[in-house]
Design a protein around this ligand. Structure first.
Ligand code: GDP
Ligand code: MN
Length: 397
């Protein structure tokens, strides 16, 4: 589950990470109030107004702007709230901005130069360890840095048994070229960032930029945070941060009925039990010349109700031209599933307008095929994997 910048910063602050302070606002009036309050707390007269959407690269798209007085705060907030923000990380239509973060300006001039670093904590699945990635080249597109100057990106692996060790935090501060106050600040920053990542059950904390201010403080100016969905049951406080407006509407609905559904761009909907078979089925669709419209794992109980819910979800995608059902009856009996498909089809009346190909294998597969074939419905049965592929190809032709 992805979070907004302001929510990620809230979590960071609760673990003692220094952040660029800010207040979220839903409209220009609230933005001005927020700016006044920040001025009272921090003394700064300048503010950055930052679009809160689940996408990076907001600065490039005009979603992050500096305001030098309250009039500009109002103007910029009015301009950003309600806009369709298009960034390198959004679709071509962009994302609607519902709220902004009014933040203190932290790029003020002073004794030393400001510097922008990159830092993220992610899980390295290959080694089974957490990993801190960091670079002196912060503030910009990290993918670009990785592409053109990969030697400027460092990684530090952390053994989950020991956690982050003191020398590792010092090594990071050293590699970032820091000394004195900024060095000490950075070791503290790294330690608390890592703690925030572990104790919030996150998949990712990406801070770009991490800023060294002109008075040598180290702080998070941005925060891209993703919490592990499978841990949300024990992280109620974070689960409540979910913003459904930012998520794919069909996926939200699928989650509500307990279906494991991921929306994709293709034209063949698929309904499968088991993630592995779902992946194989998506390959099958590609081999047949189609493109999967979704990933959908209906799980162990493929009864009529569940099958119907799955059909409903798949059919919400207007790009679907055919549906391939590929179910292995190991625990669930194929004849039950077949009956479920027939019942669901009948229940849905004429809302199903696309051809359906059904492959059922396993317990009572022959009876299942008979049920499908004798149903009188526009549902085709297939026994072999290749046969299913051929039938998909035929209906797409
Ligand atoms: P992103 O573009 O979505 O990654 O949004 P960021 O939060 O990283 O902000 C984009 C850029 O805005 C940063 O890289 C900074 O250069 C700039 N920025 C952020 N905060 C401030 C600030 O307080 N003052 C000034 N002058 N610039 C800022
Ligand atoms: Mn950023």
């Amino acid at each position: 589950m992805n979070l907004h910048e302001y929510q990620g910063k809230e979590i960071l602050a609760s673990f003692g990470v220094r952040i660029q302070r800010g207040i979220v606002a839903q409209n220009a009036k609230e933005a001005v109030e927020a700016a006044k309050q920040l001025t009272a707390e921090t003394g700064t007269g300048w503010h950055v107004i930052k679009a809160q959407v689940h996408a990076g690269g907001r600065g490039k798209g005009g979603g992050v702007k500096l305001a030098k007085n309250l009039k500009e705060v109002e103007e910029i907030a009015n301009q950003i709230i309600g806009m369709n923000l298009i960034t390198p990380q959004t679709s071509a239509e962009g994302k609607k901005v519902h709220q902004v973060l009014v933040a203190e300006d932290v790029y003020y001039p002073g004794e030393s130069e400001t510097s922008e670093f990159y830092m993220s904590v992610v899980l390295n699945r290959a080694t089974g360890k957490n990993m801190i990635m960091y670079s002196t080249e912060g503030g910009m597109d990290i993918e670009e840095v990785a592409e053109s100057t990969p030697h400027l990106i460092f990684t530090e692996e952390i053994d989950p048994a020991t956690g982050l060790l003191g020398f590792q935090a010092r090594k990071i501060a050293f590699n970032l070229g820091l000394s004195g106050t900024a060095f000490k600040e950075m070791t503290k920053f790294v330690a608390s960032l890592y703690k925030a990542y572990v104790e919030s059950d996150s998949n990712m904390f990406e801070i770009n930029p991490v800023l060294k201010t002109s008075d040598d403080l180290i702080m998070a100016v941005d925060a891209k945070v993703s919490i592990d969905d499978n841990a949300l049951y024990r992280r109620k406080k974070y689960a409540d941060m979910r913003d459904l407006r930012e998520e794919n509407a069909i996926e939200v609905e699928a989650r509500e009925v307990g279906l494991n559904y991921v929306d994709l761009d293709g034209n063949v909907g698929c309904m499968v039990n088991g993630a592995g078979l779902a992946m194989a089925t998506m390959d099958l669709i590609k081999m047949a010349g189609g493109e999967p419209a979704n990933f959908l794992d209906v799980g162990g109980t493929a009864d009529a109700k569940r099958v119907e819910e799955a059909f409903r979800i798949i059919l919400k995608d207007p790009n679907v031209k055919a549906i391939l059902v590929n179910i292995f009856g190991g625990i669930v009996r194929c004849d039950r599933v077949a009956q479920g498909i027939v019942d669901a089809y009948k229940n849905m009346g004429d809302s199903i307008k696309v051809p359906i190909i059904v492959r059922l294998q396993g317990t009572n597969a022959e009876i299942a095929k008979e049920i499908i074939d004798n149903s009188g419905l526009a549902v085709q049965s297939a026994v072999q994997f290749q046969e299913a592929a051929d039938k998909v190809k035929a209906v797409l032709a």
